[in-house]
Design a protein around this ligand. Sequence first.
Ligand SMILES: Cc1cc2nc3c(=O)[nH]c(=O)nc-3n(C[C@H](O)[C@H](O)[C@H](O)COP(=O)(O)OP(=O)(O)OC[C@H]3O[C@@H](n4cnc5c(N)ncnc54)[C@H](O)[C@@H]3O)c2cc1C
Length: 585
Amino acid sequence: MAASLNTVETDVLVVGGGGAGTRAALESARAGAKTVLAVKGRFNSVGVHGAGATGVGLSEAGAFFYFDPKTGYPLIDPDEWGPISLEEILELDYQVIIQVGQGMADPKLARVMVQEAVPQRQQIEEWGVQIHGDRLRHHGLPLMAALGRQIQQTDVDVREEVAITDLLTHDGKCVGAVGVDFQGNAIVFKAGAVVLCTGGDAGLYRHNFHPPDVNGDGHAMAYQAGATLMNMEFGQFFISPLPAVTHPSAVWLFQPGARLKNGQGDEFLPGYLPSGITSEQVFAARTYQPMFTTANVSKYADIAMMKETLAGRAGPNGGVLLDLTDPSVVTRSIYAEGWLAKRGIDAAERPLEIVPARHCSHGGPRIDEHGRTDVPGLYAGGGESASGPQGADRMGGHMLGSGQVFGTRAGRDAARFATENARDDLPADVVEQGLERIRSLEALRGQVRPRDVKRELRRQVSEDLNVIRSEAACDRVLQTVARIRDETFPRLAIQEPMDRMEAMELLNMLTVTEMVSKTVAMRTESRGGHYREDYPEQDDAQWLKSITIRKERDGMELGTLALDPEWKDRTDLLKGVSFAGGRQE
Ligand SMILES: Cc1cc2nc3c(=O)[nH]c(=O)nc-3n(C[C@H](O)[C@H](O)[C@H](O)COP(=O)(O)OP(=O)(O)OC[C@H]3O[C@@H](n4cnc5c(N)ncnc54)[C@H](O)[C@@H]3O)c2cc1C
């Protein structure tokens, strides 16, 4: 099947129709730029291709409530704070981001994020999104609906079912992109600026909470275009129930009195605990903390689960069993109760099978406060970028807000850049070079379906770049990447229109997997959600710096960047208070 070619010309191309991308497109159009919004699926849909994490619908706009000093979780309305001033709340929020980021968060971006949370909250409330102190109110879908209504009042050209796969560069600038639509046709976008809001790389993992459209395309495209990426080794794993990986609320099921059992029915956590640490302490630390982090003793639960699984003692669906049937267990969390009740599950009757699942990445293209990468004309925002609240760990509840803050900023600056810089006619070889990878698919005549290879890669990543990491595990992943590139890829079958998109996704996933493996291997310490079995301690003497990665002539070049080595000095209001990714110890 030969792909046909369409060409679209615009000032600004926004890639990704989640909360960040839609906001970037809106602000770009309002700033007077001709704007195209390309979405890998249906725009403003729910839970399918195109929805991204925002369209999963479970997110709460926590950054707009600021945080609860009792739990460290940012879900409280400022009205409830009594004598504390809004300025103090914002300063506390900033300091918590810095502390949880452990030297890996960009203080300038964190400051912007916090300062603009208040006007952003007012703006989205004016658009009809109701934000209250109610902990169970989900804002992702209302936010998307409100943004969709705003987009309808502009002339943003929304292109659905288009996967952008490669960026066009000329004279060191980003000048557009190419992609494939769901019918298998190639499309060229000539643009004055491109904003990547593709949501991150959760789809690298077999178990993740995202719809199937978020696979790391933006990371790979930014890398190929010459942008610097950073913090690629950091991200979050939550606990998910099995077999359906749909909702992270099950994390709130960890309760003192719970027991972890393997597929053979044996309780295993006590066997993994160092002397002096009890299961009760581990579960108590994990009760209000959604993510795996090395910052406190809760880590032993996730590490033990992963070890049992890797040792071949998993449950029927590949997870382990969380047994809450002991009558002493009190399911305290309204999250867990609501989640269980809705599904008719009685955790007092039978154990739940659970697994660590990828919640988000914290890395991506490095941006400045306007969402600019270091490639002129290329921007990034939302879950795709290494932006405001992200570091070694990140506070829960801040990403919807971050998407609005940096989506707004990126959209406006991209519009300015595109209208100030005249778009020259692109030499034909620039477009041809951009199309090279898509065109190379024409030669594939094998029998292997791209989606099967993606599945194989995900399996390997889920084993070796999950909660437990090591140099040997990184080597295994890199060997798999090389084997798929050299041996499997040439044997791919491009039989159906969607195979083209899946093959391009596979290529991008290979690039991102290589980046994650190399940065994980380089960071010879444990910090935040990054746990090295062979380097289990945090090493501030060596590692108070982020790892950067960029494309050079000889391949991936890794470097370091000391973003915030004095982070402890910025957290004076939190003296004596230790937060671990959202929970006060
Ligand atoms: C289950 C869950 C619960 C969460 N809870 C919270 C919470 O309580 N509070 C909070 O603040 N945050 C929460 N988050 C995080 C938050 O939802 C996300 O960080 C945020 O929605 C990301 O928005 P985004 O626009 O950057 O990306 P997404 O919403 O993921 O959108 C990405 C978009 O990019 C498109 N795309 C991807 N690749 C391509 C391509 N190659 N070409 C074209 N389009 C492409 C996708 O189709 C999609 O439209 C949660 C996330 C999940 C998954």
